[in-house]
Design a protein around this ligand. Structure first.
Ligand SMILES: Cc1cc2nc3c(=O)[nH]c(=O)nc-3n(C[C@H](O)[C@H](O)[C@H](O)COP(=O)(O)OP(=O)(O)OC[C@H]3O[C@@H](n4cnc5c(N)ncnc54)[C@H](O)[C@@H]3O)c2cc1C
Length: 443
């Protein structure tokens, strides 16, 4: 068909664990979004910055929403924005912060798109305060093969609306969404609280539950496991006059950070990095911090991701309920001492929501554990043991982050997995949507 523009492309997940040569369609008008043969397997692609292969896969046409990035309506009085789904979150924050509004739930990569944030139901800088992305979406337009586009919200087509969050693109392609906005804090002051362990971090996180920005960084090495700092960004009336008001344009940052030809994060490199982080950041104090900087720390962390080298990394993220967290953290410390995996960092966050479908939500403490060279036997064994430990403590995994999970583990670890799978099947009975993620986890 004229203008269909399907080309072959090599696509790689952000963690570098999955590559595929697949068909990539770049529609630039609405009629082309619906122009694939009705039985062609497909999947929507936003910024392509998911750690796993969620927006492409063998034998599937990846539909890029790159050209769908227009602002359709902005109500500056009510704080509502209707936007096409390919708009990048970094560009939206630039636009909104300049006009006294912002999106409180923002993932760390500015090239993530509105469609990707909905389909992954992402969390931001403090999920306990702001919830996940779904809390800020009023309505969606969803395109499905052979059907007219459907407008879904909490009252109309409510099942499709709910299933599309953490639906990983499997319920259809979102072309636009209406978002609710919040007033940003006038300025932030970042308070650093050093902690000696993950259990201490959990206590500090719980006490600061209402901070606009709240997360911990921790040493994942056996010698000082869990030692780190909890960053508490509080609203402040004192402005840092020199601080940037808006984040840099997201086009400045590549979707994929090119890897160094050799891994920096071997044992010696990780030891040195942890010693530097400890010296530089693990001390009590506070300083003004620009909101723009807090939203996208990746802008300062390119070398960190490049340092994983060609073998890449894996991010295992588990949310463990409060009553089980201390025992889980103790078991993790013991596992790390015994197996000495190459953990590059651990990030902790506080959650206070309710999981729905495949979503990563609940009430507890989440740990994101980034591991170098996850394909090596030692690291692979560690990641498997970590999953068993987390499940034994009622942990819930973030399916769209962890390329080391398999279908059996996803089914055991996600309560409501079968119901979520059945809901997905209701909205895609002929399984016309697919991806590496959907295949690997049998979603
Ligand atoms: C450095 C870094 C930091 C991150 N920080 C966070 C974080 O703090 N919190 C968090 O939750 N996540 C985080 N992530 C993960 C990332 O934000 C999500 O995976 C997000 O989905 C990526 O958006 P994207 O537009 O790149 O989507 P893609 O990677 O292109 O696709 C992701 C999924 O969304 C679907 N999708 C994309 N567009 C559409 C559409 N228009 N219609 C239907 N489905 C669609 C795809 O099919 C796929 O299943 C981070 C990732 C990186 C690399």
């Amino acid at each position: 068909m004229r203008g269909l523009a399907v080309a072959q492309a090599e696509l790689t997940s952000f963690d570098r664990q999955f590559h595929a040569r697949c068909a990539l369609q770049r529609p630039d008008r609405y009629r082309l979004l619906d122009a694939l043969p009705v039985d062609a397997p497909r999947i929507a692609r936003g910024g392509g910055v998911s750690y796993v292969g969620a927006s492409f896969g063998d034998g599937v046409v990846s539909q890029s929403l790159d050209a769908f990035d227009r602002l359709l309506a902005f109500d500056a009085a009510a704080g509502r924005l209707t936007v096409e789904a390919g708009a990048r979150i970094g560009d939206l924050q630039r636009f909104l912060l300049g006009r006294g509004w912002y999106l409180p739930v923002t993932p760390g990569h500015p090239r993530a798109t509105v469609g990707g944030c909905i389909a992954a139901d992402v969390h931001g800088k403090n999920p306990a305060r702001d919830g996940t992305f779904r809390a800020w979406v009023d309505a969606l337009v969803v395109h499905r093969p052979g059907e007219e586009p459907r407008v879904a919200d909490r009252t109309h087509d409510a099942d499709l609306f709910a299933a599309t969050f953490a639906g990983f693109g499997l319920t259809g392609t979102i072309s636009s969404a209406t978002l609710r906005l919040a007033r940003p804090p006038h300025a932030l002051v970042l308070r650093r609280v050093p902690v000696a362990s993950l259990a201490e971090a959990a206590r500090v996180l719980r006490e600061a539950a209402n901070a606009p920005v709240l997360y911990g960084w921790h040493d994942g090495g056996a010698a000082h496991f869990g030692r780190g700092v909890v960053n508490i960004g509080l609203a402040s009336s004192e402005d840092d006059e020199g601080a940037p008001r808006v984040p840099p344009a997201s086009a400045d940052l590549p979707a994929q950070v090119a890897p160094l030809p050799f891994p920096l994060w071997n044992r010696a490199g990780l030891g040195a990095a942890n010693r530097w982080l400890d010296w530089r950041w693990r001390r009590a104090g506070q300083a003004p911090m620009a909101l723009a900087e807090a939203l996208f720390p990746l802008n300062r962390a390119r070398l960190y991701f490049a340092g994983f080298g060609p073998a890449g990394m894996a991010e295992a993220q588990w949310l463990v309920p409060h009553p089980r967290f201390e025992a889980f953290a103790a078991g993790l410390a013991e596992l790390v001492t015994r197996t000495r995996p190459r953990i590059a960092l651990i990030a902790s966050k506080l959650f206070a929501g309710v999981a729905d479908g495949f979503s990563f939500d609940g009430s507890g403490i989440a740990l994101a554990i980034q591991v170098a060279s996850p394909g090596s036997p030692g690291e692979r064994a560690f990641l498997e043991a970590l999953a068993e430990l987390a499940v034994a403590h009622d942990g819930r995994p973030n399916l769209i982050k962890d390329s080391t999970l398999d279908a059996g583990m996803a089914r055991r670890a996600v309560s409501g997995f079968d119901a979520a799978r059945a809901r997905r099947a209701r909205h895609d009975p002929h399984r016309l949507h697919g991806s590496e993620l959907a295949r690997r986890l049998a979603l």
